[in-house]
Ligand binder design. Structure first.
Ligand code: RAM
Length: 343
């Protein structure tokens, strides 16, 4: 069959136009990075309080995840670990129609009514760092198992005080679910026979306030002159306790361990006043919580054990019983490895 040139050119033009339109459509419908379609959700990241490294770092991780997913994250919270202020932030986020609140709770139960109301109004809830009542959130993103975090602190203190003598715990606020759960696992670890000569004499609360933590550490040294150690499972309490021991020239006599950032603790470790302590990447934790929030907002994740979701650079994650997702394991820092870490 003979086809004239004049007939072929318009047909070609139509074909090229159709192909170009299809390609453009494919681009706009393409899934966001990491193969996850996103609608550009709005999240509110609400820490226990603002102004300390761990929470600032979780915001960095949250921003990384949001950027990859095409979502946005607004970071804000109380200036101190205050439940009432946190409730106001929750209510405001609901009024402003955020798709999800990502919260580190100051009190698991006191926050529950406001969070449940949020869910009823269409703002989903993901907790991170310090869980809220499980019925008031869909997913809890935690740094590591509570068992491993509690146990590691007792393991480290045990070695330091040669498994003998009195020790105390200097915690955050009495209603902090993360510290309370970790303390529960410390007590469990302490039941092992190797700790039978170690005695927990007091649990004090520095309320994640530097001044109150300092006063409580001083009070412990006064009340228990034979004290051989303090575990402070908070990034505010740990440097405060170390400073008090250093100022009272009791390094080596009173061993200090717990949870804190390598940057905060480096000088104490270099001086030999703190031998070891632990923590994890709060950047990763904020990143994981935000990836989870995206999956919850889209309905892909409902908190049922066994569900899987794409946690971007952290790989595929599976929801554990209780609606929990975990970043990894705690890192133990000491004189040998601390200079490898800069957070
Ligand atoms: C403080 C806070 C936070 C906790 C760390 C270890 O920054 O209490 O919730 O995870 O310490």
């Amino acid at each position: 069959m003979q086809v004239s040139k004049r007939a072929v050119i318009p047909v070609l033009l139509v074909l090229v136009t159709v192909a170009l339109v299809a390609a453009a459509q494919a681009r706009t419908e393409a899934p966001a990075a990491h193969g996850v379609a996103s609608k550009g959700y709005k999240f509110f990241l609400l820490p226990k309080f603002v102004g300390i490294d761990p929470f600032t770092q979780s915001n960095q991780g949250a921003q990384q995840a949001a950027k990859q997913l095409g979502d946005t994250v607004k970071y804000g919270g109380p200036s101190k670990p205050d439940v009432g202020q946190q409730i106001q932030f929750i209510n405001n986020a609901v009024q402003q129609r955020y798709d999800a609140i990502i919260i580190s709770g100051n009190d698991p139960n006191a926050l529950a009514p406001a969070l449940k109301k949020a869910a009823r109004r269409g703002t989903k809830v993901v907790s991170f760092d310090a869980d809220v009542a499980p019925t008031a959130r869909t997913i809890f993103a935690r740094p590591a198992s509570a068992q491993s975090i509690g146990a590691v602190e007792v393991v480290e203190l045990g070695k330091q005080m040669r498994y003998t003598g009195q020790f105390a715990i200097l915690s955050a606020t009495p209603t902090s679910s993360n510290q309370n759960t970790w303390i529960g696992f410390m007590k469990k670890e302490l039941k092992k026979p190797r700790y039978k000569r170690m005695k927990l004499v007091k649990i004090a609360y520095g309320n994640d306030d530097p001044t109150k933590s300092t006063e409580e550490a001083q009070a412990l040294l006064t009340a228990y002159p034979k004290l051989k150690g303090i575990i402070s499972p908070t990034s505010v309490g740990l440097p405060a306790a170390a400073r008090v021991v250093q100022q009272q020239r009791k390094c080596g006599k009173v061993n200090i361990t717990g949870l804190g950032g390598p940057n905060q603790m480096r000088a104490f470790v270099k001086k030999g006043c703190v031998k070891s302590f632990a923590l994890w990447s709060f950047v990763d934790l904020g990143y994981l919580a935000t990836r989870a929030a995206d999956a919850v907002a889209s309905g892909r994740l409902t908190g049922v054990a066994g569900q899987k979701f794409d946690a971007g650079r952290l790989g595929k994650k599976t929801v554990e019983p209780g609606g929990i997702v975990t970043t990894g394991q705690p890192i133990v820092f000491n004189r040998k490895n601390i200079d490898k870490y800069h957070f």
